[in-house]
Design a protein around this ligand. Structure first.
Ligand code: SME
Length: 138
């Protein structure tokens, strides 16, 4: 069985791989459902600028909405969203992909871009395939 630190190493390597291979992926990270605090996410491994949003309640922001909807959220223009948490003024678009284990939400992959509408259905397909493979880590 993988330990938490094995898991975090793998998640961090995925962040590095994605951010280094896709130039418009400016911030790549994982938020994880806190097993100790119901309906709250904590920031896991990430690559990019530090963010103030190290904990996010379910329902808040794009991340919190995905924790409830269990569906990928592709945001072409973050400034057009009412329920959005800004981590950094340069961010223009975002994608959040849920990770489910036995149908339950366990974590999510969050990618921010400083380019408008940087992520499309192709990104969504690839990232959903990656996230599906990560489920056994949780
Ligand atoms: N923008 C996210 C918050 C996380 S930061 O992008 C890293 C949101 O609205 O939930």
């Amino acid at each position: 069985l993988a330990t938490h630190s094995d898991r975090d190493t793998i998640l961090y390597e995925i962040c590095r791989l994605l951010s280094s291979t896709v130039p418009v992926y400016d911030w790549v990270g994982f938020y994880i459902a806190d097993p100790e605090v119901p309906r709250e996410l904590y920031l896991g491994p990430y690559v990019g600028e530090a963010t103030d949003h190290t904990r996010i309640p379910f329902g808040k922001g794009i991340c919190g909405q995905v924790a409830e909807s269990l569906e990928t959220f592709v945001v072409e223009d973050v400034h057009a969203q009412d329920n959005y948490l800004s981590c950094n003024i340069h961010v223009k678009s975002e994608i959040v992909v849920p990770i489910l284990k036995n149908g339950e939400f366990v974590a999510q992959l969050d990618i921010d871009s400083n380019t408008l509408a940087a992520m499309d259905a192709h990104d969504q397909r690839v990232l959903e395939a990656i996230c599906a493979k990560l489920s056994p880590l949780f």
